[in-house]
Design a protein around this ligand. Sequence first.
Ligand SMILES: *Cc1c(COP(=O)(O)O)cnc(C)c1O
Length: 439
Amino acid sequence: MVINLRLVVLSNYMKYQNSLSFAKGNDEKDPLKSFRSLFNIPTNSNGEQQIYFCGNSLGLAPVSVEELLDEVVSQWKRKAVESWFHGDNPWIDSHKNAKRILSSLVGAHDDEIAIANSLSVNLHLLLLSFYKPTTHRYKIIIEADAFPSDVYIVKSQIRFHGYDVDESLVIIRPDKKGYPISKQNIDYTLEKHGNETAVFLISGVNYSTGQVFDLESIAQLGKFYGCMVGLDLAHAIGNIPLNLHNWGIDFAAWCHYKYMNAGPGSIAGMFVHRDHHESQLPKLHGWWGSKSESKFLMRDEFEEEKGAESWVMSTPSQLNMAALYSSLEIFDKTDINSLRTKSITLSGYLAYLINTLNNPNLKIITPLEPKFRGCQISIKIKYNGKAIFERLIAADLICDWREPNIIRLSPTPLYNTYAEVYKSVQVLKTAVSPQKMGL
Ligand SMILES: *Cc1c(COP(=O)(O)O)cnc(C)c1O
């Protein structure tokens, strides 16, 4: 196993060269190179483009976003309430176009997806339906180093249902803190707690380590133990191919402002598998979750819409919908497998170049096997991490810092280049040099 992994990594590295001309040559050959011009690339105070490796946190603004937002404002100004049902793009249908493109990104049927709220809210709403603790099955399993909001969400759900967090929250731990979680770590936890677990909630890609989980086998394992399997896809959507329906995932939620480029705090998404559409799961209702035919009849009787839409409660913001659509239109011009192909070589090149620095202060904690990493490469810095990070920002390499000692670099296939990857490692090399560190 270990040997195989090394071979995969080595054979991958053989195709890379440590030179700007190699990087530029790859950009020339890149079938996705035209997509960069569809985004606003941030600039420094001299008006020069920065290297933006923060798509894992906030994706860049599509060039078309202003026009699409203007269109909604203009409709609002000219036709006001009439815009809901009339005109070329009636607001009442805006989610349908979006769902068509989203469904291919997450591998779902349109009726398994809904667009509403934000991620943490959607996770709560879905857990209200899927976390139904009983005296024998009351635990929630999550992964170590899960995003803090997810930890707060599951802890408060456990308390909300009258259970004890210490007894009910199970965390899958890696062999050593900050390291990838192995299949053995997952198997062991499920063996020990699976039969008492109501919900197994895991992220598709861990926000901190950048590790991609084998979601298909996780779904099978969760089902084997009789748990509901839920996913947080914040760092997975737009990053790796997903096949939620065929994998048999029970429910999932995600935001659209990371790799999905729909803007800060944009409207979020959720998935509920068709297996649960007829099963009368408990849920909280609002008028937007009622049947489209009866929504405006203003009756007291709630007639539930079919599928995931029944979890939607409120009128969706059309400004948010337009911003989301400006991004989805771009995804619609390509496909996630083409993005993934470029992403694997782009992040692989980044990892290769970082390793050529051979600097003992830098340790890549993201698994290097392509299957287990997405766009993001996380580096653990032993000494002076924060100072090094600040030097990177000062040198126009926009990445992010996660306490206590992690720098995340996420070249994305839609708008980043191999030349940027090359230059970023030059910047990193200077930032970690002993002179700079005062050693
Ligand atoms: C980004 C992120 C969130 C953020 O949640 P919001 O409700 O959108 O603020 C939650 N969970 C994970 C795993 C994330 O990566």
